[in-house]
Structure formats: structure tokens, C-alpha cells
Design a protein around this ligand. Structure first.
Ligand SMILES: [Zn+2]
Length: 173
């Protein structure tokens, strides 16, 4: 049966085929041949290009997910900052409201503008109580009106309107 020898399509070695379709002399040549066929098939069908595209799409998806996560974290941080800011403002407002309710003159002066009776009542209360706290008498004037004048708040409204100015002379003796 010498005439049944054929050449291996990979290495060219002569061998006796074990089946009618055998093309390779050894398992190694069979593997080489199968790899070559697979490569040929991959090129013909655009398999590698498809794989590359899929890998690229996967990378893009991962990048987009990471970016989305980063954006969400940044958004959350901004919301947290805003919440804390609001909370601080609320705390400060509540403190101010409580100070006003306790009748603290400086708090009242912060909420009333200087063209109101409330402002000048608070101003008088503050200045007189300050003078008392340091054991002195209060001779402070504003626009030459003594804060100790019983009509000080009213007179201040009138004098601001007439003079267009607020001139303080703080004096504790
Ligand atoms: Zn071979």
C-alpha cells in the first residue's frame, strides 16, 4: 500500500493517511493547519474587526459609566454643600430671630433699616445699656440729638429727613 502515501499540507512530509480526508501528518501540523484556517476565516468574515469594535465599545461603556459615577458624586457633593449652606443660613436666621425676641438691641438694629423708629429705639437701648455696663453715663448724640432724649427715635427720623445724614458722637463719661 505504498501508493497511498500523501504529502502533509503543512510540512510536506510524506505520510499514510488514516482517513480519506486526512491532510496532516501529525497532531502538531493539524493544529497549525486549523489555526491557519481559523485566521483565514477570521479575516474573511471580519471577525477580528468585529471583536475590536466590541472591545472598543466595552471600553467606551466603562468610560461612560465611570464618568456618570463621577458626575453623580459631584452632583451629590454640590447638593450636600447647598444643603449645609441652607442649614447654616437657617441656624443664623433662627439665632437672629431669638435675639430679636429677647429684645437684644444689636439684633434689632440688624433687621430694621436706619430710617425706622425701631432702629433708633434699638440704637438708644444699645448705647445706654453699653454705657451702664462700663459704669459710665451716656452723653452720646446723633445729629446733635441726645440718645437719652425721651423723643430720640422720632427726632432721628425727622433729622435724617432734614439733614440727609447720620452724624454720631458717641460719648460715655
Ligand atoms: Zn506535517
Amino acid at each position: 500500500m505504498k501508493n497511498s502515501m500523501i504529502s502533509c499540507v503543512i510540512c510536506g512530509e510524506k505520510f499514510v493517511p488514516s482517513t480519506p480526508n486526512a491532510k496532516y501528518c501529525s497532531p502538531e501540523c493539524a493544529e497549525t493547519g486549523q489555526n491557519a484556517r481559523r485566521r483565514e476565516w477570521e479575516q474573511r468574515t471580519g471577525y477580528l474587526e468585529k471583536k475590536r469594535r466590541q472591545a472598543q465599545e466595552r471600553r467606551n461603556a466603562i468610560k461612560a459609566a465611570a464618568q456618570a459615577e463621577k458626575d453623580a458624586a459631584a452632583r451629590q457633593a454640590a447638593e450636600e454643600r447647598q444643603r449645609l449652606g441652607k442649614e447654616r443660613i437657617e441656624v443664623a436666621q433662627n439665632a437672629l430671630i431669638q435675639s430679636i425676641e429677647r429684645g437684644e438691641p444689636l439684633a434689632r438694629m440688624r433687621v430694621y433699616p436706619p430710617n425706622t423708629l425701631e432702629y433708633w429705639e434699638a440704637y438708644r437701648d444699645y448705647d445706654i445699656s453699653y454705657a451702664e455696663s462700663i459704669g459710665k453715663r451716656c452723653y452720646t448724640t446723633v445729629n446733635d440729638i441726645y440718645v437719652t432724649d425721651a423723643d430720640f427715635p422720632n427726632l432721628m427720623i425727622i433729622s435724617i429727613r432734614e439733614l440727609g445724614q447720620i452724624r454720631e458722637d458717641v460719648r460715655h463719661v
